[in-house]
Design a protein around this ligand. Structure first.
Ligand SMILES: C[S@@+](CC[C@H](N)C(=O)[O-])C[C@H]1O[C@@H](n2cnc3c(N)ncnc32)[C@H](O)[C@@H]1O
Length: 225
């Protein structure tokens, strides 16, 4: 099967495999900048005392940023191996195994939601965004942090980094071969303007985005209607 078009079960199995090297790969791939991006995402949408969902929480670093921002946090992911690592990081967060495309929560359950490097992996992006809109209360805030494609000078650097350096680094690490999947998943993902449009269609208003690292990463925010 072509990388980047894996169905959900393939994506889950892939994250189970790369869980042991996931945090180290994040630090290397982002030169340690991901911590700041996660903090800015949490601070953009979480207020003290908010009930917060971090969907596709993986090993939990964005959920931890939500906790530090004052949220009462639930982290959800369908990969048990990723969640095992998350659980070791905090007992103050409720960690739930579940599907972001069929969230196990009632309507209006959360005041804020975050997704870090997760929406790109969803088999049905529109459905995932609709689920987030459903579980947020009207006026609830969403922050989506995701890799995107820069334009201009950085585009060339980006191609070399994601198509050559990252897959090569991945091959050095046990289970890291799956990092060849990453460039394909970024390539087929909508650019920042298109993602903003999809958020509006899913029922979010006041949709905006900021770019980090010269346009390699985008933070989209919106308010559930
Ligand atoms: C690239 S990781 C991001 C992890 C974490 N949010 C972070 O910021 O590092 C993507 C995560 O999305 C999860 N995921 C993908 N599709 C999912 C779905 N339908 N339901 C729940 N989790 C999903 C994967 O298991 C994986 O842990």
């Amino acid at each position: 099967m072509e990388a980047g078009t894996l169905p959900a079960e393939g994506v889950r199995a892939m994250f189970d495999r790369i869980a042991p090297v996931y945090d180290a790969m994040n630090r290397v791939m982002t030169a340690g900048l991901d911590g700041r991006w996660r903090r800015e995402t949490a601070e953009a949408v979480v207020s003290a005392g908010d009930r917060v969902l971090d969907a596709c929480c993986g090993t939990g670093d964005l959920a931890l940023a939500d906790l530090r921002a004052g949220g009462i946090v639930t982290g959800l992911d369908f990969s048990e191996r990723m969640l095992e690592r998350a659980r070791r990081k905090s007992s103050q967060i409720e960690w739930i195994q579940g599907d972001a495309l069929a969230l196990p929560f009632e309507e209006d359950s959360f005041d804020a939601a975050t997704v870090g490097f997760g929406v790109r992996n969803l088999e049905d992006l529109e459905r995932g965004l609709a689920e987030l809109a459903r579980v947020l209360r009207p006026g609830g805030r969403l922050g989506v942090l995701e890799i995107t494609r820069p334009s201009g000078l950085l585009e060339r650097f980006y191609d070399v980094w994601f198509y050559r350096v990252v897959p090569a680094l991945g091959k050095l690490l046990p289970g890291g071969k799956a990092y060849t999947y990453l460039p394909a998943s970024v390539k087929r993902f909508p650019g920042p303007d298109d993602l903003a449009g999809l958020l509006r269609e899913a029922g979010f208003s006041d949709v905006r985005y900021r770019l980090f690292a010269g346009g390699i990463v985008a933070l989209h925010t919106g308010v559930a209607e």
